[in-house]
Design a protein around this ligand. Structure first.
Ligand SMILES: NC(=O)c1ccc[n+]([C@@H]2O[C@H](COP(=O)([O-])OP(=O)(O)OC[C@H]3O[C@@H](n4cnc5c(N)ncnc54)[C@H](O)[C@@H]3O)[C@@H](O)[C@H]2O)c1
Length: 393
C-alpha cells in the first residue's frame, strides 16, 4: 500500500505508526507534501525513510508517486483546500477533522464532493469506537425506546493544549466548537440516528485562559515560574497534566481576546435533532486529572443508557423492569479504540473490501452543526443548522 501524505505532522504520523501499520505492515509512505521536510522526515518510521519522495504539490505527488491512497493531516484551516483538490482524484482519502473551519469552506467542500468518486474516511475515532458502536446497537434494538434526550459531556483533562500549543492560534482553529465538538456532534448524531437541526449555544471566553501577559512569553523567561500553576515545574509537582516542557504562556495576550477571537474556556450547546429529540452538550477545557469525563446519557421512555470513554463503561437502566446492566470495555486503546477502528476501515476501503462509515458527508454535517453553535454563541441566538444536500439553505 503506497500512501501519499499531505502534512506529515504529529497526528498523521502517529496514526500511520500506531494504527495503520499494525493493520497493514506493508503500508509505505511513498510521497509527502509538507513544507517542513526536516520535521516531516523526522516523524517517519525507519522503513519509510529511504524510499520516500517529497513533492512540492499534491498534484505532482498524485501524478508521479503511483499511490494507492492519500492522507491529509495538515492543521485545521488547510483540510478543505487540500480535500477539494483530492476530490478530483479517485484515490481513497483519509481526512483529518475538522473537515472545514468556515461556512465558505464547508459549502465549497460539499460542492467539490457532489460528483466525486474519491471515497473519504473522516478521522472521527469516537463514532467508530467500540463503546459508541455498542451504545448505538442498544439504542437501535430499542432498549431505551425512542431516544428522546441526550446529555453529553466532555471535560478535557489536557485542555491546556488549546492554549499553550499550536491550537492556541484562533485564525487556524476558529475555536473549540469547530476544533473539538466536531467529534462530539458527529457521534451524537450517529447515536441518536438523526441530524442536529437547531442549536442554542453559549461560551466563556477569556475568564481563565488568555490575559495580559506579553505576547511571545514562555515559562522559561517568566519571573512567575515558581508560583504560576501552569509552569512546567508546578504542573509536574501537582501532577496537573498538560505538557511538562517549556511552553508559551496560557495567560498571554497573543491567545486573543473575546473581541478578536480566541478559544473558549468552556462552551455548551442545546441541540435539537431532526427526530424531535433534544440534547445538551458541554465541553470544559480547564478541568484536570480525575475530572476527565467524555460520554453521553441517552434516555427514552423505556430506559436510560450512559457511557463514558474514560471509565470505559456502559450502563443500561431499564425503566420498567428491575434490571440494570453495566458493561466494561477492554482497556489500553488509543482514542478509546477508535483509531484502530479507523485504521481497519481505511485499509478495507483502500482494498475495496468495505465502504467508509465516516464518509465526507458526516464530516461536513458535523461542521455545519459546529458552525451553527459558534454563530449562536457569538450572537446569543438560536441558529438553524444547514443540512448536507440542501443547497442554498
Ligand atoms: N482525529 C483526531 O482525533 C485528531 C487528533 C489530533 C489531531 N487531529 C487533527 O490533526 C491535524 C494536525 O494536527 P497535528 O497536531 O498533527 O499538527 P502538526 O503541526 O504536528 O502537523 C501539521 C503538519 O502539516 C504541515 N504543513 C504546514 N503547512 C502545510 C502545507 N501548506 N501543506 C502541507 N503540509 C503543511 C506541517 O509542517 C506539519 O508537519 C489538526 O487539524 C487536528 O485537528 C485530529
Amino acid at each position: 500500500m503506497r500512501l501519499g501524505v499531505v502534512g506529515h505532522g504529529n497526528r498523521i504520523s502517529n496514526m500511520i505508526r500506531h494504527a495503520i501499520r499494525p493493520v497493514w505492515p506493508e503500508a509505505r509512505v511513498a510521497g509527502i507534501v509538507d513544507p517542513d521536510e526536516e520535521g516531516a522526515r523526522s516523524r517517519l518510521d525507519e522503513c519509510d525513510r529511504d524510499a520516500v519522495v517529497f513533492y512540492p504539490t499534491l498534484e505532482e505527488m498524485v501524478k508521479k508517486a503511483n499511490l494507492d491512497a492519500l492522507l491529509i493531516g495538515t492543521r485545521c484551516n488547510l483540510h478543505t483546500p487540500y480535500a477539494i483538490e483530492a476530490a478530483k482524484y479517485d484515490l481513497p482519502l483519509f481526512l483529518e477533522k475538522p473537515v472545514a473551519t468556515s461556512m465558505d469552506q464547508a459549502v465549497a467542500l460539499e460542492k467539490a464532493f457532489e460528483n466525486a468518486r474519491c471515497e473519504v474516511v473522516v478521522s472521527f475515532p469516537l463514532r467508530v469506537s467500540p463503546l459508541c458502536e455498542l451504545a448505538r446497537r442498544h439504542i437501535e434494538a430499542g432498549v431505551v425506546g425512542d431516544p428522546e434526550h441526550v446529555l453529553a459531556v466532555n471535560y478535557v483533562p489536557y485542555g491546556t493544549a488549546y492554549f499553550d500549543g499550536h491550537y492556541r492560534d484562533f485564525s487556524v482553529t476558529q475555536g473549540l466548537f469547530i476544533q473539538k465538538a466536531t467529534h462530539d456532534f458527529d457521534y451524537l448524531m450517529f447515536l441518536m440516528g438523526a441530524n442536529i437541526v437547531r442549536v442554542a449555544a453559549m461560551a466563556s471566553w477569556g475568564r481563565i485562559f488568555g490575559g495580559k501577559k506579553p505576547a511571545g512569553l514562555w515559562c522559561s523567561k517568566c519571573d512567575e515560574w515558581d508560583t504560576c500553576l501552569e509552569s512546567p515545574k508546578n504542573r509536574k509537582h501537582n501532577m496537573a497534566g498538560g505538557t511538562y516542557e517549556d511552553h508559551p504562556c496560557v495567560f498571554g495576550e497573543d491567545i486573543g481576546t473575546p473581541e478578536t477571537g480566541m478559544n473558549e474556556d468552556s462552551s455548551s450547546a442545546l441541540v435539537e435533532f431532526a427526530s424531535g429529540a433534544k440534547g445538551v452538550y458541554t465541553q470544559v477545557f480547564y478541568s484536570r486529572r480525575d475530572a476527565a469525563t467524555r460520554g453521553a446519557t441517552v434516555s427514552g421512555y423505556h430506559g436510560t443508557l450512559s457511557f463514558d470513554w474514560y471509565t470505559n463503561e456502559l450502563k443500561l437502566v431499564r425503566h420498567h423492569l428491575p434490571f440494570t446492566d453495566t458493561t466494561r470495555g477492554a482497556g489500553g486503546m488509543a482514542h478509546f479504540g477508535g483509531d484502530e477502528e479507523l485504521a481497519h476501515m481505511f485499509v478495507d476501503v483502500v482494498r475495496g473490501k468495505a465502504k467508509s462509515r465516516t464518509p465526507i458527508w458526516v464530516g461536513i454535517q458535523s461542521i455545519y452543526a459546529c458552525l451553527a453553535a459558534k454563530e449562536s454563541a457569538e450572537k446569543g441566538e438560536y441558529v438553524v443548522v444547514r443540512q448536507v444536500g440542501s443547497a442554498g439553505a
